[in-house]
Design a protein around this ligand. Structure first.
Ligand code: ADP
Ligand code: MG
Length: 567
């Protein structure tokens, strides 16, 4: 579009330059034509009149020689027949006028032979009269060079060319004006359209935001509801079995909240990827319970794995979230229930693939997706579900996970018959790492209770961390900001470790704090914590200790044990 405008704009400025150039060239040509024409015309006239004068001189030679003025007069008067001849005269020896006539000004009393002469509109030509090699007199001829109408006629052509040139300039000028008007109108229209498009994009964004906040807030609200009412009920009951059930409910709500957060983080590409070599069939078996819990009782899951399935190297929790997201969509597509078949098979390298792949396909017998809608399914916030029912982030997470793992995801669907979503993941030739058995949280049993400085801006999180640290046998002091932490450390040197959040309000973040403490107290251990992968990468790049959020108490205990010197 812009390119086109530039081209039109360019020709707008070129056109009048060419037009003026052509007009000027035409004017110069017509002027030089007129000058040339005039010169040739005069030369021709001089030649004609000179011939006439010579003829006259020849014919009056004998009468002048014999002083026969009557005969001379006859020859001279014959020229009256030519209307162009204004005056003619034959002069004898000693300049005597022998015969002559004049229609306008009288003849000169004496005649001197000389070069042709233009006087006013007349041409005067003189010629000697010779007899036997001697000059015996002269003739005088005055002719009108050209009558005004003939001259005007001659210049009419030039005038015509000039008029046409001016007309051309006028027409080009007018068309230039109209083109530039059209150009301006086009520019205005383009600006208007861009504005409208921007407004549309903005409204789509707002709509997406609305759906996101509507969906996510609704989900979170439910989870918070479960957690807070669960806590209330726990306070009111002493029945251990009931407390156990309530606790399980709260934990489940928190896990769902965490997975929702993970979806949001995956969507914003901030979720840390921790790839592990996986045996998919056993991983999938482990998911059976989770799937059964998440799907309705009228939806059955059938898992089929090809024997000798290759291993893959992907982030296990993101893989599970992806399978869960696809399965939840399959459930939603089958409102009357049905079966979900999860197939795992090896896809050896072929022309269409870069290497060996493992395919995990999840097939439902649901409503299906129209072909033209398939490309949109992976768009973040694209959902056909009601507010509160869908966030439009499920398949966006699946797509993000597949691409980040070096694989891809495809959708095949027949409306009314069902849908197959396939994850293709690259084969890994590495062997599976032996998982260490989960350890119980180890209470610090040093000879004295060690003091930790907790830097955390969020009150609720700070309280929770303080409580966990107390549980693990540490004394915790809290500072709400990085600069506050530096003040506390300056005033009190009896700290054994600093445990700091990374992203905090204020000028100084956790990473800056860690660097500053490193300068002031190089011996003081520091552990940073964050949920953002970008921040996490920065910490790892500096070789600092990092605990990824959210963490469980045993992970916290382990990290602290590793960071603190043995006592
Ligand atoms: P959400 O489930 O929150 O709507 P997703 O990204 O998971 O968001 O899915 C986007 C849309 O894709 C869904 O709203 C639905 O219209 C369509 N879709 C996804 N999977 C299926 C399926 N198995 N059958 C029919 N439609 C599907
Ligand atoms: Mg979904």
């Amino acid at each position: 579009m812009n390119d086109l405008m530039r081209r039109i704009g360019g020709s707008i400025f070129v056109t009048p330059v060419i037009a003026v150039g052509i007009a000027v060239a035409l004017l110069i040509a017509s002027f030089s034509l007129a000058v040339q024409n005039e010169r040739l015309n005069r030369a021709e006239k001089v030649r004609q009149v000179t011939v006439q004068a010579n003829i006259l001189a020849g014919s009056v030679a004998a009468p002048l020689f014999f002083d026969d003025d009557a005969a001379a007069k006859e020859y001279v008067s014959a020229l009256r027949a030519n209307p162009d001849v204004e005056a003619a005269g034959a002069y004898g020896a000693a300049g005597r006028l022998a015969a002559g006539f004049s229609r306008t000004a009288p003849l000169p009393p004496a005649n001197a032979v000389g070069a042709p002469l233009f006087v006013g509109g007349d041409l005067i030509v003189t010629a000697p009269v010779m007899q036997d090699g001697k000059t015996i007199g002269s003739v005088y001829l005055r002719t009108a060079t050209e009558t005004f109408p003939r001259r005007a006629l001659r210049y009419l052509g030039i005038a015509l060319i000039m008029t046409m040139a001016s007309l051309l300039v006028a027409v080009l000028g007018a068309s230039f004006a109209s083109v530039s008007r059209a150009h301006r109108a086009l520019q205005l229209e383009t600006a208007g359209r861009e504005k409208a498009e921007e407004a549309l994009r903005q409204s789509q964004k707002m709509e997406a935001m609305g759906q996101l906040t509507g969906g996510v807030a609704h989900d979170f609200n439910n989870l918070l509801m479960v957690a807070s009412s669960g806590l209330d009920l726990m306070q009111r009951t002493t029945d251990p079995a009931r407390r156990e059930r309530l606790q399980a409910g709260i934990r489940q709500a928190i896990e769902r909240g965490a997975s929702l957060t993970q979806q949001l983080l995956a969507f914003s590409r901030r979720s840390p990827l921790n790839p592990e070599v996986l045996d998919l069939p056993s991983r999938m078996e482990g998911m059976h319970a989770l799937l059964d819990r998440s799907l309705r009782e009228d939806v059955f899951v059938d898992i089929k794995a090809e024997p000798g399935l290759w291993r893959v190297e992907v982030d296990p929790s993101q893989f599970e979230v992806a399978v869960l997201n696809i399965s939840l969509n399959a459930r939603d597509a089958m409102p009357k229930g049905g079966a979900i078949v999860i197939r795992m098979e090896n896809l050896p390298v072929d022309a269409g693939r870069s290497g060996d792949m493992v395919r995990v396909s999840i097939t439902d017998t649901g409503v299906g997706v129209p072909a033209e809608m398939i490309p949109r399914l992976f768009e973040p916030f694209f959902t056909t579900k009601d507010v509160g029912q869908g966030t439009g982030l499920g398949l966006s997470q699946v797509y993000g996970f597949a691409r980040a793992s070096g694989g891809e995801v495809t959708v095949d669907s027949v409306v009314g018959k069902g849908t197959t979503v396939s994850l293709l993941l690259p084969r890994s030739l590495k062997s599976i790492a032996v998982e260490p058995a989960p350890r119980a949280a180890v209470v610090d049993n040093a000879s004295r209770r060690r003091r930790l400085l907790v830097v955390e801006d969020d009150d609720a999180v700070a309280d929770l961390v303080t409580e966990m640290l107390d549980e693990l046998g540490y004394d915790a002091v809290r500072a709400p900001t990085a600069s506050g932490a530096l003040d506390t450390l300056g005033a009190d040197s009896r700290f054994d470790l600093v445990f700091s959040d990374m992203v905090m309000p204020g000028e100084m973040g956790g990473l800056d704090l860690a660097r500053e403490i490193g300068r002031r107290r190089p011996d003081l251990p520091i552990i940073l914590t964050t949920g953002y992968s970008a921040a996490a990468a920065a910490v790892q790049a500096e070789g600092l200790r990092l605990l990824v959020k959210p963490y469980r108490i045993d992970a916290l205990a382990e990290e602290l044990q590793a960071a603190l010197p043995r006592e």
